[in-house]
Design a protein around this ligand. Structure first.
Ligand SMILES: Cc1cc2nc3c(=O)[nH]c(=O)nc-3n(C[C@H](O)[C@H](O)[C@H](O)COP(=O)(O)OP(=O)(O)OC[C@H]3O[C@@H](n4cnc5c(N)ncnc54)[C@H](O)[C@@H]3O)c2cc1C
Length: 476
């Protein structure tokens, strides 16, 4: 086990006070710092899981001066990586929205991303395989960026760089697989203010606040014993790096809803795009087994194939289209439709697939514990929201903890944790339900549903103020 950075060792001197919260007497532990330099395994905050969200949490706390006298530990089960920028693009990318950019900028990581590699998305086109309905999101002159496609490795590299450069109070231990947690009850936490963590190798730690950032199969969440609303979509997201048939001003993110799930192309540079093709687990396995040439044929077919359009759908959407054209002008309805690029080949070795599911924890907090990122919520990638929501959690929790420290409160004060939970659940859950509803709405070729969704898409596309609201709200 390697300790990467070492915060000055301090002996925590605890003085228990008492504070009333929600009718429960809560111990408030005031800390002083002694001169004792003995190594301690007690921390103020332990973050379980050093993925994009957990590492961002560590960085965000580490850079906040209010935590400079605190001890923070980040535990990650995988070995430390060097995160050198490779010439070839990674097949794992995220579309990051404006809020994520702002957050990453606030922790100093965005400039590292800009120096490394990103692609600005200026337009998004989403269309239905079973009708002519299409929706586009873009600023009129294609000036504004509506999202950024960034490799997950580049995000990790940027946050890690910033974490290391931040001469803050964060220690990171890699190859530290957490085996178990001892989470206190409300009354136990009120007395001890302490949570216990044990690694697979037997090392014990304790902390005042445990932050679970250990992904969709979170052990922290399991240990909390909270209800977790979840289901599998019976789908996998097939990813690959694609070479386009010809170089183009590649600034559009494309998504076509097929009966088996959406296929999306996210721009990487003028010649390359990243594929996220959500399809049944069975089909995904077949796609993985295909040779590269046949795989590319299937991708082009998925983007270009003409599906039969039922007569009522064709007639009604056509009429609506000309009505909207007459009212709103040439940019309304089908007028803005663009043809997607075609794919020449895939970058060898870039094909992979990941299972897709929905999950939402009914509680994000417990005594001395808080969940962030995929450990609290998991969404279908069709809206590119997962890590955006996670960064939103980090931003919010960091602010609440900062307020707690500023007010002289205990770091795990339930009042502040509750504010975090309320704010984030109000934000995350409606978006998750919307994404799930979209997935269900487009998972059928039943004519009345196709008609309903096509008309809905056409109307939304024509109503610019509504689209602006959707784009604004899509951020995390
Ligand atoms: C195909 C696909 C495409 C996607 N595209 C987008 C997109 O465009 N935009 C977007 O916003 N989101 C996207 N997402 C979602 C996004 O990838 C996730 O939301 C994000 O990776 C979650 O990050 P996390 O840090 O919360 O969890 P994870 O990435 O799962 O990280 C959890 C970390 O915890 C560690 N860990 C787990 N258990 C332990 C343990 N016991 N002890 C120690 N460490 C542990 C793991 O090693 C890991 O490093 C996509 C997802 C998929 C599958």
């Amino acid at each position: 086990m390697e300790i990467m950075t070492s915060a000055c060792c301090r002996k925590i001197v605890s003085v228990s006070l008492s504070k009333r919260f929600l009718g429960v007497s809560v111990a408030v532990v005031k800390r002083g710092i002694s001169d004792d330099n003995a190594q301690s395994k007690n921390y103020d905050i332990i973050i379980a899981g050093g993925g994009m969200v957990g590492t961002a949490m560590a960085c965000s706390l580490g850079r906040n001066r209010k935590f400079s006298n605190h001890k923070i530990l980040l535990l990650e089960e995988s070995p430390e990586k060097t995160w050198d920028l490779k010439p070839e693009y990674s097949n794992r990318v995220s579309a990051l929205g404006a809020h994520s950019k702002m957050f990453l900028d606030s922790i100093g990581a965005w400039s590292h991303i800009e120096k490394a590699r990103l692609k600005e998305v200026k337009k998004m086109q989403v269309w239905d395989a079973f009708s002519e309905a299409v929706i586009t999101f873009n600023d009129e002159n294609l000036q504004d960026d509506i999202a950024y496609v960034v490799e997950n490795d580049v995000v990790m590299s940027a946050i890690n760089k910033q974490l290391k450069e931040t001469n803050g109070p964060v220690e990171t231990i890699y190859k530290a697989k957490i085996k178990s947690f001892k989470l206190p009850s409300k009354s136990e936490y009120a007395k001890s203010g302490s949570v216990k963590v044990q690694l697979e190798d037997g090392t014990d730690f304790s902390c005042n606040l445990l932050i679970g950032a250990d992904g969709a199969n979170s052990r922290v969440r399991n240990a909390m014993g909270v209800n977790y609303l979840s289901w599998s979509y019976g789908q996998m997201g097939v990813v690959a790096t694609l070479k386009l048939s010809e170089p183009t001003n590649n600034i559009v993110a494309w998504q076509r809803f097929l009966p088996t799930g959406p296929i999306a192309l996210l721009p990487l540079n003028d010649e390359l795009s990243s594929l996220v093709w959500s399809t049944s687990t069975e089909d995904a396995k077949l796609l993985l087994d295909l040779d590269s040439e046949s795989f590319v044929d299937y991708i082009n077919e998925a983007l270009w194939k003409q599906y039969p359009i039922e007569k009522p759908v064709e007639a009604i959407t056509k009429n609506l289209s000309s009505l909207l054209y007459n009212i709103f002008g040439p940019t309304a309805a089908a007028g803005a439709r663009q043809l997607p690029p075609s794919v020449k080949c895939i970058v060898e070795g870039s094909k992979a697939a990941f299972p897709l599911g929905f999950g939402h924890s009914t509680k994000y907090i417990g005594p001395g514990v808080a969940l962030i990122g995929d450990s609290a919520h998991r969404v279908h990638p069709l809206a590119g929201m997962g890590v955006n929501l996670g960064f939103g959690d980090v931003n919010c929790l960091q602010k609440k903890l900062s307020e707690a420290v500023h007010s002289g409160s205990e770091i795990g004060n339930p009042e502040y944790l509750l504010e975090y939970e309320t704010e984030r659940q109000r934000h995350n859950f409606p978006r998750m339900v919307f994404i799930d509803a979209l997935h269900k709405l487009y998972g059928t070729s039943f004519m009345p549903v196709v008609l309903l969704r096509s008309v809905g898409l056409q109307l939304t596309d024509a109503l610019k103020p509504l689209k602006k609201v959707i784009m604004k709200r899509a951020g995390a």
